[in-house]
Design a protein. Sequence first.
Length: 402
Amino acid sequence: MDITPFKIHVEDERLDDLRRRLRNVRWPVALDADAWDDGTSLAFMRRLIDHWRDRFDWRAQEGRLNKLPQYLARIDDLSIHFIHQPGVGPAPLPLIVTHGWPGSFIEMERIVPLLADPAAVGGDPEDAFHVVVPSLPGYGFSEAPDRPGVGAHRIAGLWLKLMEGLGYTNFGAQGGDIGAGVSTWLAHRFPERIVGLHLNYIPGSYRPPLGDGQAAVTAEEQSFLAEAAAWAATEGAYAHLQGTKPQTLAFSLADSPIALAAWIVEKLRAWSDCDGDVERAFTLDAILTNISLYWFNGTVGSSLRLYKENRLHPLHFKAGELVAPPLGVALFPCELPMPPRSWVERCYNVVRWTPMPEGGHFAAMEQPDRLARDIREFFRPLRNLEASEARSSAASVGRAAP
């Protein structure tokens, strides 16, 4: 596999174009500028755009992100961007961590060192990981597919090839949002390669087999299904649009940084543990760094299309189909509707189920310490001697690779 080092650099012309667009905003009218009931607050957007135009320093963010060890790999005719941070410990376990929408690889910026070098933050070096954080195809600096069919199911195959190219034969998988779907497909399709699966979200499309021969739906499970349906009716319009007509939406989001910012920041506020104040969960600079990544790379259209691909190939299981590797779930209280453990255990091999005291959908950004601790504790008993020896051998190859 062809792997090359990568550094972020946005051309000055694109920075100038963004500033020009931010100076020429055509603002909509709002019945209440401060309210979020009808969508993103006009008052907040004015303040966010003022910050983006006058105070946000992309070059500073670019320099900080470039401290992460980044690479490009050619896999199945796609150029895939990824972070590869070797672990510091006696036998680090390879771990691939996958982000979702409207996030990016920078969601994992704070959690990468916590996983790769736990001793540096007072942890046990035995818990170290070789951390791989790829950007989904059509997100960040990963190339967008030029044909249909590249959904979470196929991305799982790309990730297996990426890990093999880095010299990792057996490894763990972790993810939330779309990353939870990719990680689940990895564990389902390649169970002999996945040491363990850790999720902080159960994919929304997940459905176990029901009906003849299956256990009846419990009252708790039925309550979850009703809650999920109610949430979809009031909050799910974005997913239906992105999953059916992503191209139509892409025209406005690709042309207007204001539209892009409003579309993304609404979800950051609604899905995080912020009690209605998005700045309790994220700084303006953190918000704008993620939005800028979408803007400068022109990836919003391809990011939306992944919803359609996943809708066409959902995580619906048939009788007898199981996700065999051990599963650990970190349950954050302000997450999107999450099923009860019994619903998950219909198809997954659940061995750990951890309710968290705070945090939301963007756990790696909101609660990196808690998430990293749960990942370390989940994988700790899976590091048996035989697997550790095999991984140590693979790690030597991985360290030689970028």
